[in-house]
Design a protein around this ligand. Structure first.
Ligand code: AMP
Ligand code: MG
Length: 417
């Protein structure tokens, strides 16, 4: 087992050899946010034929040469092509066909004049403009051609992908399975949110913040509840999570007399890969695997609420994204200016909870307040985690640092333009 390693090294060890979970078939509405596991080839051409982009008249552009508002030209009204129908025959020279948006262009026609540039005159139509060939015609295949690969494996499916799949006649799609995560909270002091939290008891908030982080990362989680600080209780709790893809246990990974997580994991056959990452908060994080994939990937997360969340961010989230087939495992990182000086001892990388404000051309990062690993409020206020490098001891006001973005609304505006 490795100990006292750097954050980057720990991340590499967690992701080492981890492949996306096998695919499953889901209905397209259920595929939102999932990652495509196979290429999608079009079995049809879209649009299937040249069709009209406007309500108006299909005709030959050459028949209207020179038409203007002052010198209109007339053509004979031959027939009508509503959306969803096709033309009864080809259009002859000197004829126009009434046509509606989405309807196929009749053979013989090469352009569409929009209704606003026309006037009906009994069996004839008057035109006030000269079209160019292909005006207001959507060409067959301008969206997709049959046989073409339209979506590549690894694509995260958004609303437009789902609409595209539907338009290609696919109501099911193959996506990577969602990771299943089991969450166990260890501690004699822990109670559920609606239980009595006096007399030294505290609410097991980690079960909830971690479940929410799992959901945000696209994973399914199960709450295994609270295990008391005995080896037997912990063993029972951890065993209940052995069929998950990822097992998260929080607390009990320090060096106290009641910290049984590591020995119990080893007893269950888990090989501990590392304990102790040079970071703050979160130093005692533990990671282990079962040989030959005979069990879940296991994290012993620190118990302090912010330590649990920050270690999840750095190690569990990228792993869950990888398992779900995702290609982008890291948060976006922004270079920001430090508002007030930050100091620390060398040795551990600090993740500082910050807000981000746009000041002219700059992003300015400010601490959200008390950075204690027990203070969840400063985590709730954080729009990002500022990376204070391990060996640095001071970030002067006005110096620059990387900030991992947590807030998807950072660039959003309250008002519409
Ligand atoms: P431990 O790792 O057991 O020493 O726990 C470290 C700190 O985290 C203690 O103050 C615990 O009370 C707190 N803690 C442990 N588990 C949880 C949890 N599930 N939810 C919130 N705080 C916790
Ligand atoms: Mg404890």
């Amino acid at each position: 087992m490795r100990t006292g390693i750097a954050v980057d090294e720990a991340r590499r060890l967690v992701l080492d050899g981890v492949a996306p979970l096998p695919p499953e078939t889901v209905t397209i509405p259920d595929a939102l946010g999932r990652v495509l596991a196979v290429p999608v080839a079009a079995t049809r051409t879209l649009p299937p034929a040249d069709c009209s982009a406007m309500d108006g008249y299909a005709l030959r552009a050459a028949d209207l040469a020179g038409a203007t508002r002052a010198a209109p030209r007339e053509l004979a009204l031959a027939f009508e092509v509503p959306a969803g129908a096709s033309a009864p025959r080809a259009l002859r020279p000197g004829e126009a066909a009434r046509i509606f948006t989405g309807a196929p262009i009749p053979a013989g026609a090469d352009s569409v004049v929009m209704q606003e540039d026309t006037e009906a005159a009994g069996a004839r139509v008057r035109f006030f403009a000269t079209p160019k060939q292909s005006d207001h015609v959507r060409a067959a295949g301008e969206d997709v051609r049959a046989g073409e690969t339209v979506l590549e494996p690894g694509a995260r499916l958004g609303p437009a992908h789902i609409g595209l799949l539907a338009s290609l006649g696919r109501s099911f799609v193959r996506v990577h399975r969602r990771p299943r995560v089991a969450i166990l909270s260890g501690g004699d002091e822990l109670v559920e949110p609606d239980e009595d939290a006096t007399g030294g008891r505290i609410v097991s908030s980690n079960a909830y913040s971690l479940a929410a982080q799992c959901a945000e990362a696209g994973a399914l989680s199960t709450n295994l509840g609270i295990a008391r600080d005995t080896e037997q209780a912990l063993e029972r709790g951890l065993r209940a999570g052995l069929s998950a893809d990822v097992l998260l246990s929080s607390a009990g990974v320090s060096v106290g007399d009641h910290d049984h997580v590591r020995p119990v994991l080893e007893k269950l056959g888990c090989r501990l890969v590392f304990w102790g990452v040079r970071m703050k908060p979160g130093y005692p994080i533990t990671f282990g695997r079962f040989e030959d994939g005979a069990g879940p990937l296991v994290f012993g997360l620190p118990g302090n609420p912010v330590s649990a969340m920050v270690t999840f961010e750095q190690f569990v989230r990228p792993l869950l994204l990888r398992l779900a087939g995702g290609r982008n495992l890291a948060r976006p990182v922004l270079r920001a200016f430090v508002a007030e000086p930050l100091r620390k001892r060398p040795g551990r990388l600090h993740f500082v909870r910050v807000t981000l404000a746009r000041e002219g051309e700059r992003w300015v990062a400010r601490s959200t307040g008390n950075q204690s690993s027990g203070v969840l409020r400063s985590m709730a206020l954080a729009q990002g985690l500022l990376v204070f490098p391990a060996e640095a001891t001071e970030l002067a006001a006005g110096s620059r640092a990387d900030v991992q973005l947590l807030d998807p609304d950072l660039l959003a505006e309250p008002e519409l333009p």
